[in-house]
Design a protein around this ligand. Sequence first.
Ligand SMILES: Cc1cc2nc3c(=O)[nH]c(=O)nc-3n(C[C@H](O)[C@H](O)[C@H](O)COP(=O)(O)OP(=O)(O)OC[C@H]3O[C@@H](n4cnc5c(N)ncnc54)[C@H](O)[C@@H]3O)c2cc1C
Length: 375
Amino acid sequence: MHMRYDILIAGAGMTGATAARVLAEAGLRVCVAEERDHTGGNCHDGPDEYGVIVHPYGPHIFHTSRQAVIAFLSRFTDWRAYEHRVTALVRNRIIPLPFNLTSLAMCFPVREAQRMEKALIQRHGRDGQAPILELRRSQDACLRDLADFVYEEVFLGYTQKQWGLAPTEIDPQVTARVPVRVNHDDRYFQDSFQHMPDVGFARMFDRMLEHPGITLRLGTPVADVGAAARAVIHTGAIDEYFHHRLGALPYRSLDFDFRHYAQPRHLPSAVLNYPDAAVPWTRITEYRQLTGQEHPHTSVSVEYPRPHEPGRTLPYYPVFTDDAARLYADYRELAEREAPEVIFAGRLGAFRYLNMDDAVLAGMEAARQVLDRLG
Ligand SMILES: Cc1cc2nc3c(=O)[nH]c(=O)nc-3n(C[C@H](O)[C@H](O)[C@H](O)COP(=O)(O)OP(=O)(O)OC[C@H]3O[C@@H](n4cnc5c(N)ncnc54)[C@H](O)[C@@H]3O)c2cc1C
């Protein structure tokens, strides 16, 4: 083996690409090994057979309030303002999500809706957020009724399908993502910066990785690189790195059924959720509403959550159970003992759900650790 690189990075997703760029700009020779035949990890996008740009690993919407992330990514793309909106099919009505005062008015008779709205404003303030778990514990019967409705009609079935678990087994961080909004704001995200890369994600990643200090090897699992490096950043799964020696960390997987329609628009919003447990898919996404692409026709993906089978399906969402947390801690110990030179980072390396902006920060942090180590 020859010492050809300073840094070897496994994975050209948001975490790996960010780390690669930062380290190359610090003057280091970086090799990025990516086992897929494209950059961008799960944030990848590209045209389908009809020329409609889709996200093959599910809809990715960029949103952040972090200036460092905006400044970094803005070097590789201009932006197109885009505020994401989601609706849900609930009892044959299409309502805005997160559940807000508009949804409330659509789901309850006028008097009841007014009473609930007043109670919400009194308890949580106008423009407040009322997590359903908190509402369910309220003294006020009408708020408990509201919470039960949202919980059963919007949250429960969706969550069961999404995770294949009872809600009590799910991390509160995840359940907190479903608040009732005490206003009519129907934007899905509340971050100050809600834009999509106007060159698309794929091009943005290619620009990040276009640097004389970066060698990109697509279609190459890191184990096949055959070159030594002074430091390694691994953004693949930590359990896979150790050949699942302690057992497999639990993930949910997804199947996407892509469909094309010879019409300009298919859905009332970019994403339509199906909370009904009897419907096997969780949501449908119409990509042209996300990308703003001009095209006479439209493509959508129907999303089916699936159990993850290591080696056969892709690990999408970490499943946070107590056992999983213990197993992950055991892998960290194993990593410290047997692979102290490797920095595990990103959503798979750190077994965490990361939004894209978190992943940029994770990449910057991994790069900082490398620079500290190499002095
Ligand atoms: C369905 C879905 C929707 C999402 N929507 C959003 C959204 O709307 N907004 C948002 O901010 N975030 C969203 N996210 C999160 C976003 O996907 C992550 O933040 C981001 O992908 C994390 O980047 P990463 O580099 O850590 O991981 P990844 O994107 O998974 O990249 C890891 C890369 O490492 C490669 N790899 C793994 N093992 C090896 C190996 N041994 N050798 C070589 N290469 C390897 C993989 O092929 C992959 O390309 C979504 C996630 C999912 C699952």
